[in-house]
Write a protein that binds this ligand. Structure first.
Ligand SMILES: Nc1ncnc2c1ncn2[C@@H]1O[C@H](COP(=O)(O)OP(=O)(O)OP(=O)(O)O)[C@@H](O)[C@H]1O
Ligand SMILES: [Mg+2]
Length: 223
């Protein structure tokens, strides 16, 4: 099991529980979609899985390690090594080129900076179809190119898990399908586990399993 959530509960205020004793198990290499109404807690759940926030109660295991036992500092190192994030808006740094943005997650760790990382970046750039635009800045790129750059940045450290929160939400339909296909291909080629939050059933159907988040819990839903 790559990831196991047991009875995870989270609320932001006393009068409303967002996640209510939620359970989830994900094996390495799976592709999971999470769908559900706006405000149902999908981003809240991804933030917990991504260790950007902690649950009020319940346990979370990653590769059998109990994450509640980690200090904030240990979590930061864990997150940088094991998890790649892709958001609805790309969050690229405007002053850096595409190439520099992709290398950003490697700058915090000396042992990540070497020939191998540069080769990895080159390979991802080619894989994402970005070879022509590597020296351009985000303002000089299309929305689809920015999102593909964000995916490359998420993958640079070879994480075991990619968390994508509406990664195609700001794209036109063609770019959205193109990005989804790329994510699926990377899952198949590199074995990276994918959790994708989406409002699009077409995107969700490309995953192995679809979960619907409603009233604080996940229900497996038929595609
Ligand atoms: N930091 C916060 N403080 C207080 N309330 C919050 C906070 N973050 C989220 N909420 C509330 O928790 C609920 C769930 O929010 P969340 O962002 O997880 O929903 P979502 O399913 O991702 O919605 P959407 O599909 O619109 O992105 C919402 O009602 C939101 O207002
Ligand atoms: Mg959200």
């Amino acid at each position: 099991m790559l990831l196991k959530l047991e009875k995870i509960t989270k609320s932001y205020s006393k009068d409303r529980t967002i996640l209510d004793q939620l359970d989830l198990e994900i094996k390495a290499g799976e592709r999971i979609a999470i769908v559900g109404p706006s405000g149902s807690g999908k981003t809240t759940l991804l933030n917990l899985i991504g260790t950007l926030d902690r649950p009020d109660s319940g346990k979370m295991f990653f590769e059998s390690q109990d994450l509640s036992a980690f200090s904030d500092q240990q979590l930061a190192a864990f997150r940088n090594e094991k998890i790649g994030f892709v958001f609805q808006m790309h969050h690229l740094l405007p002053q850096l080129t595409l190439h520099e943005n992709i290398l950003l997650p490697t700058l915090t760790d000396k042992k990540l900076q070497g020939k191998e990382t540069l080769e990895r970046a080159q390979k991802l750039i080619a894989r994402m179809g970005l070879a022509e635009v590597t020296h351009q800045k985000p303002s000089e790129l299309s929305g689809g190119e920015c999102q593909r750059t964000a995916v490359a940045r998420a993958l640079i450290n070879r994480p075991g898990l990619i968390l994508a929160d509406e990664p195609t939400g700001a794209l036109d339909q063609k770019s959205a399908f193109n990005l989804t296909d790329l994510l699926v291909e990377l899952n198949q080629e590199e074995g990276v586990t994918l959790i994708v939050v989406t409002h699009s059933m077409e995107v969700a159907r490309k995953m192995d399993r679809i979960y619907r988040l409603e009233i604080g819990k996940l229900q497996e839903s038929k595609p």
